[in-house]
Structures are given as C-alpha cells and as structure tokens.
Write a protein that binds this ligand. Structure first.
Ligand code: ATP
Length: 260
C-alpha cells in the first residue's frame, strides 16, 4: 500500500522571542501511523503541534497538510485535536457531555438549525465510540479526569477526522484508567484507521502502543519504529536528549526524563 503523508514539515524553525524553540524540523506523518512525540519539558513539543495546527506560523521552513501548503489548507474537519488541559473542568462548568461533543461541530459547520439533528446523531455516535454515551446528559464537570478526556476525544472525533493530535492526554487520568485509554487509542488507530500523533512523557507506555516514536529537543533527535526506540539504553538516551536521563521501560505511568 502506497502511504500518503498527512503532515509534511520541512526545515521548520520557530521562536517566540529570541531563542529558537523549534529548530530545523523535518517530520512527515503517514496515514495509519500512531506516533508518540516525546522529549523533555520545554523541548518544543506543544509548539510543534501549534505549528501543525496553524496556530503559530514558522519563521522558517514549510508545512503541508494532506498535500496542501498549510496557508491554503481549509479541511480542518480532517484534523481532530485534544489539548493538554481538556480534562480539567470543575464541577460547576455549565455544559453537558453532549454539548461539549457537539461543540466540535458547531465551530466548523455553523449553528444552523438544519444541522442540529445531524449534530446530535454525530455526537452520540462519537460518544458511543469512546463508550461514554450513557453520560450524554451528565454535566461535564461531574466526570472523572479520565472520563472527561474520553469526552474530549469524542469531541475531536465528531467531524470524522483522519488525523487526531493529542497533547499529553493522560495527564490527570488515574493510572488504572490509562491502560483503557491506550486501548481506546489503539482501537481508533487499528480499527478505524485514524492516524494519531500523541505528545506524552510516558515513554514506557507509549512505546508499547505507538507504531513510531519521535524524540525532540528543539530539533528531532530520533524518529523511527517504537521497537527500535525500545532498544535504547540509558547511555543512548542521554545522547539523544543531550543530558542525563533515566528510562523506565515498564508500564509506569511516568518516565523520569524530566527529573534529571
Ligand atoms: N506563548 C509563549 N511565549 C513565549 N515562550 C513560550 C510560549 N509558549 C512556550 N514558550 C517557551 O517555548 C519553549 C517550548 O515550549 P513548549 O510548550 O512547546 O514545550 P513542551 O515540550 O511542550 O513542554 P512540556 O513538556 O513542558 O509541555 C519553552 O521554553 C517555553 O517556555
């Protein structure tokens, strides 16, 4: 099967102020991949995602989405996004689960009454995919961190995207629900063919689920199959990250990359 690049970044560099936070990044994401993006705190992972989503413009280099230069790209329904803070609603937040999921469509299709019934059907279908349909009428703030995160995945899925980008989605999800969360991502990737890019600090777990790992610290230090990344010992990783790290290779919910 000929693979199609969904994202193509070529020599992308970006700075907020004087210092480069993303430097000379070449990265292509192909249809069907489940890519884990790892790196120390402040290494530019979230910024790279902002660039990919058109929320920041590169100072240098080019980005194409689905073959189109990002400036011309307008099929944003193809790209779902789950942000870092998506699961931190407090219990007083005045929205039901169904409303939150539907909001993934409103911004894209306009709130015309003609679409309203379709919106509800799509939202319920997305909630079913994440096994949360029974909570459709619940207040979002009443759910646990892990349940809220599933709802935000449903919100990202409601427009039938072919690429879903997740920025540290397991933060705030209790360790015993993290496995089920990865199972859900695996199902979306393998059964529904959705391409995934997930930022995480959880190296030990991501390498067991993702097909590929990208390791960045401003620039990309490793991009390859998860199996190859798993072969690295601490010395190799120290070299990759440019400073001392210690890897946990088992099913711990956090690696120690950021504690060095
Ligand atoms: N809006 C901003 N204005 C100025 N500097 C910023 C801004 N956002 C991020 N930075 C800086 O850019 C660098 C990269 O930040 P970024 O959030 O992309 O890293 P990250 O790898 O996602 O970090 P973490 O793992 O801690 O979430 C950091 O030094 C950060 O302080």
């Amino acid at each position: 099967m000929k693979q199609k690049p969904m994202v193509e970044m070529e020599q992308v560099s970006f700075k907020y102020e004087k210092e480069w936070v993303v430097k000379d990044v070449d990265l292509s994401i192909y249809e069907g991949q489940f890519l884990g993006l790892v790196g120390p705190n402040g290494s530019g992972k979230s910024t790279l995602i902002k660039l990919m989503l058109g929320l920041a413009r590169p100072d240098r280099g080019s980005i194409r989405l689905f073959g189109e230069p990002i400036k011309k790209f307008d099929q944003w329904e193809e790209v779902g996004f789950v942000s870092q803070k998506a699961n931190s609603f407090n219990s007083g937040f005045p929205a039901t689960v169904l409303e939150v999921v539907k909001s993934g469509l409103v911004s894209r299709m306009g709130a015309f009454s003609f679409f309203k019934r379709k919106h509800k059907e799509k939202a319920l279908e997305a909630l079913k995919t994440v096994e949360m349909e029974e909570f459709a009428g619940s207040n979002i703030g009443e759910l646990s961190g892990g349940q809220q995160q599933r709802v935000f995945i449903a919100r990202a899925l409601v427009s039938d995207p072919s690429l879903v980008i997740l920025d540290e989605p397991t933060v705030g999800v209790d360790a015993k629900h993290v496995t089920a969360f990865y199972d859900l991502l695996g199902k979306l990737n393998k059964e529904q063919g959705i391409t995934l890019l997930m930022v995480t600090h959880d190296i030990g777990t991501i390498t067991n689920h993702a097909t590929h790992v990208v390791c960045m610290n401003k620039s990309i230090h490793f991009h390859g199959a998860s199996e190859d990344y798993k072969e690295f010992d601490d010395d190799d990783l120290n070299e990759l990250y440019g400073h001392s790290v210690h890897q946990l290779t088992h099913n711990h919910s956090h690696d120690e990359v950021n504690r060095s």
